[in-house]
Design a protein around this ligand. Structure first.
Ligand code: NAP
Length: 248
């Protein structure tokens, strides 16, 4: 077993997940990047680390076989598994009347079931304790039109955080959630592009006067994974530039 700690980050091919993976590598972690996009995950892995520091695993977090393979490859190729970041997520828009059952299942399947599956298979590998960070959303606390399946998935991650923190605390595993506000990523750019969010309006929601960056979320994630957060578990940390404190 190596002294260097190892993290598995889902949805690490782009956006917030890529920034988290990059920040963890800079902090001395070995990182397994797990993403459904085989091209971006390989490119990001090569850019931020490469052999000995990172591995790229392509697969779907809602598919148990893919998750098992990602966890197995992390331990086999990087030597251990100490930190899991459940970041992979999608956002499907539509009222409950408009959403198809298939869309609902896909939204919950990736965002919530994916976090469950990755935790289920990662926890038995955390032999010396560990840390799990769920990337939820401000949408767990406040809503926005046409987001019921997304909001339900993100609120569900908060319940999952508390329940897992309780169950696995005695094993030395801390479980916390981060709720980002609007963060500048491809996911947000898509929302602007299809008219589901308005850039000027979103900017006005943030008393700090800017939209967040992926690095804002990566720094908070690194903190929650670190020894500096040794007595923090079952907590929900808003990284939202005061968005939810003011209400919408
Ligand atoms: P992003 O730019 O779209 O990145 C998400 C990554 O996850 C993409 O590489 C995506 O691949 C991948 N992915 C999608 N479905 C997957 C699956 N089933 N299995 C594995 N990987 C999958 O999104 P982001 O903005 O960085 O969001 C990351 C997380 O933060 C999400 O959980 C999101 O809900 C949350 N969040 C984002 C914001 C924001 O404003 N950006 C705010 C609050 C919370 P593809 O590109 O191929 O789909």
């Amino acid at each position: 077993m190596s002294e260097c700690k190892t993290a598995l980050v889902t949805g690490a091919g782009s956006g917030i997940g890529a920034a988290i993976a990059e920040r963890f590598v800079a902090a001395g972690y070995r990182v397994a990047l797990f993403d459904i996009n085989a091209v971006t995950v390989r490119e990001t892995s090569a850019r931020i680390g490469g052999p000995g520091k990172t591995i790229a695993v392509d697969g779907d977090v809602s598919n148990e076989e893919h998750v098992q393979r990602a966890v197995w490859r992390t331990v086999e190729e990087l030597g251990s598994l100490d930190v899991l970041v459940n970041n992979a997520g999608i956002e499907i828009y539509g009222t409950v009347v408009e959403l198809t059952e298939e869309q609902w299942d896909r939204q919950i399947g990736v965002n919530l079931k994916g976090a469950y599956l990755c935790s289920k298979h990662a926890i038995p590998q955390m032999r010396n304790g560990g840390a799990i960070i769920h990337i939820s959303s401000a949408h767990a606390h406040v809503s926005w039109p046409r987001c019921p399946s997304y909001d339900a998935s993100k609120a569900g991650m908060i319940g999952l955080t508390r329940a897992m923190a309780l169950d696995h605390g005695p094993q030395g595993i801390r479980v916390n959630a981060i709720c980002p506000g609007y963060i500048s990523t491809p996911l947000l750019e898509k929302a602007f592009a299809i008219g589901e969010a308005d850039r000027e309006a979103v900017l006005k929601f943030h008393p700090l006067g800017r939209i967040g960056t992926p690095l804002d979320v990566a720094e908070a994630t690194l903190f929650l994974a670190s020894g500096a957060a040794a007595f923090i578990s079952g907590a929900v940390l808003n990284v939202d530039g005061c968005l939810t404190a003011q209400g919408l």
